[in-house]
Design a protein around this ligand. Structure first.
Ligand SMILES: C[S@@+](CC[C@H](N)C(=O)[O-])C[C@H]1O[C@@H](n2cnc3c(N)ncnc32)[C@H](O)[C@@H]1O
Length: 335
């Protein structure tokens, strides 16, 4: 079968089987922002980082020399894809959570025996649509059904018509954005949805020295800072707030005791921001929290997966133990 080369892939697009739009509306952003700015510790939920511009900036982050997770996870996936394909069997149905540009799923699709379908789920609508159409063009026999939704909310998955194994794919250490207890609940919810016998492949960033971690989230070119500040530009554009983008600076701080990388926008001056006629005061130096990225040890993550109802089947890392890919199986119900 003809497969396009990397140079041709950028412009490729083909109609997909279905696009299910269940994206949260603007009200969700407005309510979340007002609530987040009203608390004692100001915060914006990180799902709002991903509008079209945010998704483009995230793709640029993935190319940065400091941002080791993407290239490291890709290296691991290339190495383990044949092993996963053997376990998965033929006709697999892949469901990717937070699929972004769907840049990694091709490694699995190339290795799997006649994969039946691919369901990318993402909150960033137009980015998802373009990525799904690109995958459809590269794999014309695959049934591609995209879902624009908040994967933390309940929504109906497209009815799966294949008979192969269901495989959840959750790369990029997106799981690290959740607090550990939330991550267990999230995984538990997806174990139920995927059902008995399903597999789940989860990319998880590992604990490591601050000297590697902090530059990965605060690069020399300032792309990560632009990604963070974009959420303020988005709020100004979509909700009519008046954040001064040059009144905040991006900060990435790693807490080695807990394994939490915390990303904040720090107010550079005493200032106030208005939204919907309300005023929110920032003191100089006050953080606006926008994202966490939790890092785990292999054992910690496997223990969390067990608590969520999965049985860890295998785990792989790279030579430097920077990143891990876990293969989990939905445990049969206790008798
Ligand atoms: C860290 S990026 C990872 C992207 C890609 N999976 C990778 O491995 O490079 C997180 C992705 O999850 C999506 N996302 C974040 N929060 C989401 C949510 N609540 N529901 C659905 N998608 C979400 C973002 O739009 C983005 O594409």
């Amino acid at each position: 079968m003809y497969k396009p080369g990397p140079d041709e892939i950028g412009d490729l697009a083909a109609d997909i089987a279905a696009f299910h739009d269940m994206a949260p509306d603007m009200l969700d952003f407005r309510e979340a922002l007002i609530e987040g700015l009203s608390g004692a510790r100001k915060a914006i939920p990180c799902r709002f980082l991903y509008d079209e511009r945010g998704s483009q900036l995230f793709d640029q982050i993935c190319e940065l020399p400091e941002y080791y997770p993407t290239r490291t996870e890709i290296g691991i996936l290339r190495r383990i894809a044949p092993a996963i394909a053997r376990i998965a069997g033929s006709g697999a149905q892949l469901i990717e959570l937070g699929s972004g540009s769907s840049a990694k799923v091709g490694i699995l699709l190339d290795a799997l025996d006649r994969p039946h379908s691919y369901v990318p789920i993402d909150i960033s609508r137009e980015h998802l649509r373009a990525a799904a159409r690109r995958i459809q063009a590269i794999y014309p026999r695959l049934r591609v059904e995209a879902v624009c939704a908040d994967f933390g909310q309940s929504f109906d998955l497209p009815a799966m018509q294949g008979e192969g194994r269901r495989i959840g794919f959750y790369p990029g250490s997106t799981i690290g954005n959740l607090e550990p207890v939330e991550a267990i609940a999230f995984l538990g919810g997806w174990a139920d949805r995927l059902g008995r016998g399903a597999l789940m492949i989860v990319g998880v960033d590992l604990r490591k020295e601050r000297a590697v971690l902090e530059p990965a989230y605060d690069d020399a070119q300032g792309v990560t800072a632009a990604f963070s500040l974009n959420v303020l530009a988005r709020a100004n554009r979509e909700l009519g707030s008046d954040f001064m983008l040059d009144g905040f600076r991006h900060r990435a701080l790693y807490d080695a005791a807990t394994g939490r990388m915390g990303i904040d926008l720090i107010s550079l001056v005493d200032q106030s921001v208005t939204l919907d006629g309300r005023r929110f005061d920032f003191a100089q130096g006050e953080p606006l929290h926008i994202e966490n990225s939790w890092k785990y040890s292999l054992d910690d993550f496997q223990a969390m997966a067990r608590r969520a109802g999965f049985t860890p089947a295998a785990v792989w890392t790279d030579e430097r133990a920077l990143f891990s890919v876990h293969l989990l199986e939905v445990a049969p119900p206790a008798r």
